[in-house]
Write a protein that binds this ligand. Structure first.
Ligand SMILES: Nc1ncnc2c1ncn2[C@@H]1O[C@H](COP(=O)(O)OP(=O)(O)OP(=O)(O)O)[C@@H](O)[C@H]1O
Length: 220
């Protein structure tokens, strides 16, 4: 269970550019479900995802993972915790261009390399990328690259997968395929996806809507 309690985030505190991106957002995400975070551009969706995933520290409020406050960890412990429990898929894939698909998927792995190599191959095959295993990102299509990024996010068997507009750079067909895969992965992890596109959330178990930094609707 992942919980955000009274989350506030202020950029540039004390400067003329100070801006409150989130105010008093409380949300709760159950295990092994798919959730969408919706809202207009600039409303604070990505900021919320960054706080929930431990990439940014809330100005006020707490993030609890299985009732433990993740921000009570020291920064190196938090980094280790994130690598073990959370997987990330962004709008841009951030693959390394001189590594093959297989090597890219293995980048977050720092132990049992042989065991994880088998898992990486399985994930790539499950994502329909058998023919790309030895290809480098520039030899693949945008949809294929994004699926490699998904395999990389899943390699450490995370408990939560955070997606920040993971389908935004894809055509509708590829976007649906990516969402179907994420939905089918629900048996293994909770998936929380920020998106503008409600149509890719047909299979979602719950959605929240952020407007001007506040939670407007939530049926989680
Ligand atoms: N580094 C920053 N410094 C100051 N303000 C920022 C910064 N990053 C984002 N903001 C502001 O915070 C608000 C929320 O941004 P955020 O990226 O969370 O919105 P969003 O809903 O994800 O937007 P989009 O859908 O366009 O990606 C926006 O008004 C944005 O201009």
């Amino acid at each position: 269970m992942l919980k955000g309690e009274g989350l506030n985030y202020i950029f540039d505190i004390g400067k003329p550019s100070e801006f409150q991106a989130l105010r008093d957002v409380s949300v709760q995400f159950g295990d092994k479900k798919l959730y969408g975070i919706l809202g207009p551009s600039g409303s604070g969706k990505s900021s919320l995802l960054y706080l929930l995933s431990g990439l940014r520290k809330p100005t006020k409020g707490r993030v609890l993972f299985d009732n433990n406050d993740i921000w009570s960890l020291k920064s190196n412990e938090l980094a280790e915790f994130r690598n073990k429990n959370f997987g990330f898929v962004f709008q841009r894939h951030f693959l390394i261009n001189y590594l093959t698909a297989l090597e890219n998927v293995l980048v977050p792995v720092n132990k049992d390399f042989k065991k994880y190599e088998g898992r990486a191959k399985e994930l790539l095959c499950d994502l329909g990328l058998e023919s790309c295993i030895k290809k480098k990102p520039f030899e693949m299509s945008g949809g294929q690259r994004q699926r490699v990024a998904i395999a990389r996010a899943l390699i450490n068997e995370p408990k939560i997968i955070f997606g920040d507009e993971p389908t935004a750079s894809l055509d509708h067909e590829n976007a649906i395929a990516v969402m179907e895969f994420l939905n089918s992965y629900k048996n293994h992890a909770t998936i929380i996806v920020v998106t503008h596109d409600q149509s890719i959330l047909k299979e979602a178990d719950g959605q929240i809507r952020i407007i001007d930094g506040s939670l407007k609707e939530g049926d989680l």
